[in-house]
Design a binder for this molecule. Structure first.
Ligand SMILES: [Zn+2]
Length: 374
C-alpha cells in the first residue's frame, strides 16, 4: 500500500551511521525501536542511494571532497596539517572507510529530497541525517558532511522557497552559513546560547547577509529552556515566518540533544514540546523533510525519533507508553517507558526575555520586508 510518508532506510545506511563517533550504534537503536512499535507498516520504506563525489560538491568544495577521499583508512595519529585544516581530528576524528560513510550519509538525505522533488511522497524521514555543523570547507562538531545543505540544494530544483527549522540544542551554523546570502532558503534555529556553549554563533541580531538579509532567524535561549518556553516561542514565531514567507517545502532538523539528560546539551525539554512543534509543522500540510541531528543520550534519542515518527504517521495516540521488546531493550531501564521526565533545572528564560525575542523577530520580518514574492 502507498503511504504519504517515506522512511529512508537500508542496512548500509544504518551500518555507516552506526560508526559515527560519538553516536555509535545510535542509528540501529532508533530503527529497532521504530520497528518494535510496528510503525514501519505506515510508511513506504525507501532504500538510500549513495551520493557521488559530485553530489557532495552541491555544497562542499572540491578540495574538501578530495581531502576526505584521501583520508579513507587514516589513523588519528597520521592526520596531517592539511587534513586538520579541513576539520579532521579533535571533534571529527578520522575512522575506517570515512569517505564511504560520508557518501552514504549524504545519500540518505539526497534520496529523501529526490522523493519530494519527484512528488513520490509528501513527507520524508531520514533519522540518519541532520549533520548541521559541517561547513563548505570543514568538518565540524561531529559533522563530516552537511547532508542537510546537499538535500536542500536538491529541493531547490523544484521548490522556490524553502523553510529550514533547526530544533537541535546547538545553533545550525553550517546550514545558516550556506544560505546566509540567499532568500531562497529561510533558516530558523532555536538553540542554547551561553558563554562557552558550542558553537557560540546564532545571535538574535544575526539575520542573514547581503541579499539574504532578513531571511535567517535565530532564537538564542538561555540555560534550562523548558517545554513551556519552547512552545510559547514556537507557536508565535513559526506562524509569523510561515505567513510572511509562504514556503513551498519545509526541512526540519530534530536534534534530540535539547532533551533532559543529554550529556552534551544539558537542557531540559521532554517529548511533549518537541511533539507539539512537529504537530504545528504538519498542520501546514506542506511537503516536509524530517531529519535527525545531535543526540548523545542514545535511548532518549530513540524515544524522541520514535515518538515523532508516531506523530508523523498519525499513530501517536495509539502507541503503548511501555517500550516493546527489541534488540536494545535493556538500554531503556530502569523505567522501560517511552516518555522522559523533565529535570529540576531552572528555566532562566523569563517571560520578559521570551517576549523580547518575539518582538525582535516580528520587527525583523517587517524591517527586512520578508515576503513570498521573490
Ligand atoms: Zn546538537
Amino acid at each position: 500500500m502507498e503511504h504519504s510518508v517515506s522512511y529512508i532506510f537500508d542496512d548500509k545506511l544504518l551500518e555507516h551511521c552506526d560508526k559515527l563517533p560519538p553516536v555509535k550504534q545510535r542509528a540501529s537503536m532508533v530503527h529497532a525501536l521504530i520497528e518494535s512499535y510496528e510503525l514501519l507498516k505506515y510508511m513506504n520504506i525507501i532504500p538510500s542511494v549513495k551520493a557521488t563525489p559530485e553530489d557532495l560538491q552541491l555544497f562542499h568544495s572540491s578540495s574538501f571532497v578530495k581531502c576526505m577521499k584521501e583520508s579513507n583508512d587514516l589513523d588519528l595519529d597520521d592526520v596531517n596539517e592539511e587534513q586538520i585544516e579541513f576539520g579532521l581530528g579533535y571533534d571529527c576524528p578520522p575512522f575506517e572507510n570515512i569517505f564511504e560513510t560520508i557518501l552514504t550519509i549524504a545519500g540518505g538525505s539526497l534520496t529523501a529530497a529526490s522523493r519530494l522533488v519527484s512528488e513520490d511522497t509528501k513527507i520524508a524521514i531520514n533519522w540518519c541525517g541532520g549533520w548541521h555543523h559541517a561547513q563548505r570547507d570543514e568538518a565540524e562538531g561531529f559533522c563530516y558532511v552537511n547532508d542537510i545543505v546537499i538535500g536542500i540544494e536538491k529541493l531547490r530544483e523544484k521548490f522556490k522557497r524553502i523553510l529550514y527549522i533547526d530544533l537541535d540544542i546547538h545553533h545550525g551554523n553550517g546550514v545558516e552559513n550556506a544560505f546566509a546570502f540567499s532568500k531562497k532558503v529561510f533558516t530558523l534555529s532555536f538553540h542554547k546560547h551561553e558563554p562557552g556553549f558550542y558553537p557560540g554563533s546564532g545571535l538574535l541580531s544575526d539575520v542573514g547577509l547581503g541579499n539574504g538579509r532578513g531571511y535567517s532567524c535565530n532564537v538564542p535561549l538561555k540555560e534550562g529552556v523548558s517545554d513551556y518556553s519552547l512552545n510559547y516561542l514556537f507557536k508565535i514565531i513559526c506562524p509569523q515566518i510561515y505567513e510572511a514567507y509562504q514556503p513551498e517545502v519545509v526541512v526540519v532538523q530534530c536534534g534530540s540533544d535539547c532533551l533532559n539528560e543529554d550529556p552534551l546539551g544539558q537542557s531540559n525539554l521532554t517529548l511533549d514540546s518537541l511533539g507539539e512543534c512537529i504537530r504545528s509543522i504538519l498542520n501546514w500540510n506542506k511537503p516536509t523533510l524530517f531529519l535527525g541531528g545531535g543526540g548523545y543520550n542514545l535511548p532518549n534519542t530513540a524515544r524522541l525519533w520514535t515518538y515523532l515518527t508516531a506523530i508523523i504517521t498519525g499513530q501517536d495516540k495509539l502507541i503503548s507508553m511501555d517500550i516493546p521488546d527489541n534488540d536494545f531493550f535493556l538500554k531503556y531501564g530502569p523505567g522501560y517507558e517511552l516518555p522522559i521526565v523533565k529535570g529540576n533545572q531552572k528555566d532562566t528564560n523569563d517571560k520578559t526575555y521570551l517576549d523580547c525575542i518575539i518582538k525582535t523577530v516580528k520587527d525583523n520580518l517587517k524591517k527586512y520586508d520578508v515576503k513570498s514574492s521573490l
